[in-house]
Design a protein around this ligand. Sequence first.
Ligand code: COA
Length: 305
Amino acid sequence: MTDFGIRILGTGSAAPANIMTNDDFAHIVDTSDEWIISRTGIRSRRIATEETTLSLALDAAHMALDNAGIDPQRISLVICASITAEQMTPALSCYLQRDLGLREDLLAFDLNAACSGFIYSLITAQRLLDPDGVALVVGSETLSSVTDFTDRSTCVLFGDGAGAVVVERAPLPFFWATTVCGDDESLAVRKYIEMDGPAVFRFATDALCKRVQEVVDQVGCSVEEVDRFICHQANERILANAAKQLNVPLERFFMNLADFGNTSAASIPLALDEAIRSKQLERGHSVVLAGFGGGLTSGAIYLEY
Ligand code: COA
């Protein structure tokens, strides 16, 4: 907890035009729509054809800046969370500075914390923001570039997309909790995504419940008092199990994973933007953002929208 938090000024998101359904997967691997929906809740995902991690990040950032309605020259910090940038350097955030015409005297860097990347980035932004500063925080991924489309146990889970937020420093509550445990067996991306699904499932449910509880304990409220939960969109059963263990109605967990699958660092800002546009998250609502993923990393943030 610090004596200041952040105000979300605007959000944006972007996704490739191409939709790949569960039935499309049934043509390339031994799977079925019924299996995928019942185990994950995913019905379709977007798979890039022309789009890139950078183009998606730019589209989401443009939308977030438009919605924030601020002079882009006020941006003093750019953080882009991703594990699928097209190149090692320049960082995606450097291209964002150039292509959005942002000023040059800013801090711009990419951050890799896998599917917790957006949570880690927003915490970093809150800690680095100057009193008058404004930050652009983006999560963007083309996971299709690291997906083995012959491996049915992983290929049906992931998708491509991006989300962005523009935030400023503000006297609002901001509490956070993170962990990392250095595990490289359960989930890793070398050439392709490699995963021990059941182990990650157990870790994810446990990490989600613990991080959510840790942030609400810091706030001094109960989990039931939180208006909305916007969590990493990996699997509907993980979110349903967490809601049950935390004893909150699943309706408070915003979900769009049925249409996008798991988009790693993009999933939370993509869900946040959709929750705001569909008015499921409104001004004055308290919200917990929570993520978990490779590393193994996990994190949660309590803030007021
Ligand atoms: N279609 C049909 N069958 C499939 C399949 C698919 N797409 N993928 C795996 N299976 C099969 C397995 O081969 C296995 O068959 P077997 O019993 O003959 O060996 C069977 O389904 C059960 O596999 P298992 O891995 O135990 O299934 P599960 O119920 O644990 O579900 C996941 C698999 C991947 C859906 C689940 O473990 C999961 O969601 N884990 C978390 C993954 C995640 O969210 N990762 C990202 C975190 S950031």
